[in-house]
Design a protein around this ligand. Structure first.
Ligand SMILES: CC(C)(COP(=O)(O)OP(=O)(O)OC[C@H]1O[C@@H](n2cnc3c(N)ncnc32)[C@H](O)[C@@H]1OP(=O)(O)O)[C@@H](O)C(=O)NCCC(=O)NCCS
Length: 147
């Protein structure tokens, strides 16, 4: 299938509504994440032009020159096509243009798909000196200076 990924303006109400709709599908029962900060991307099904995935990047609130992969989701019927990996790569490219050197994120142990995607993209687990999650999270980081 043909997919398109493009950076979007999370402050645009129409875009925010699209991301909120996709968020509800990917994270049923969770309050959609705010999109009026950071940088946001949508993925479209190129065959019919419908948005089928989203991802966000925030500046780390703890570390300088560091990006935080804040959230991504793909609608169930489009999973397994490498879209999360592509959404990680576009966020890394943005981070490099911002002059950042590190990427961080965290996952929950019950989400092996996310962990495996991060491994594919070169991320390594580590234990931060001051962990910021309370739920037994797995912490991940990648140097953007490696390649
Ligand atoms: C997690 C999620 C974004 C993955 O999206 P995707 O586009 O299907 O991911 P990709 O196709 O890029 O890669 C999926 C990887 O996970 C693996 N995977 C998929 N399902 C898996 C499972 N049940 N157990 C273990 N690994 C699994 C795939 O083999 C692939 O690994 P690979 O890179 O070694 O080939 C998607 O499943 C989703 O939206 N889930 C709900 C929301 C969520 O959990 N978001 C992430 C946290 S913010």
């Amino acid at each position: 299938m043909d997919y398109r990924i493009r950076e979007v303006d999370g402050c645009d109400p129409a875009i925010a509504a699209q991301i909120a709709r996709l968020h509800l599908i990917a994270f049923p029962g969770e309050v959609p994440i705010r999109t009026d900060g950071g940088w946001w991307w949508l993925a479209w099904n190129g065959d019919n032009g419908r948005p089928i995935g989203f991802a966000g990047l925030w500046p780390s609130s703890r570390f300088a020159q560091t990006g935080y992969l804040c959230r991504s989701g793909i609608t169930p019927s489009h999973r397994g096509n490498g879209l999360q990996k592509r959404l990680i790569r576009v966020r890394e490219r943005k981070a490099r243009t911002l002059g950042w050197h590190w990427m961080l994120t965290d996952t929950v142990p019950s989400n092996p798909a996310s962990s495996n995607t991060l491994i594919s993209c070169g991320y390594r687990t580590y234990v931060p000196a001051k962990p910021w999650c309370t739920n037994g999270a797995i912490y991940w980081r990648r140097s953007l200076d490696d390649e």
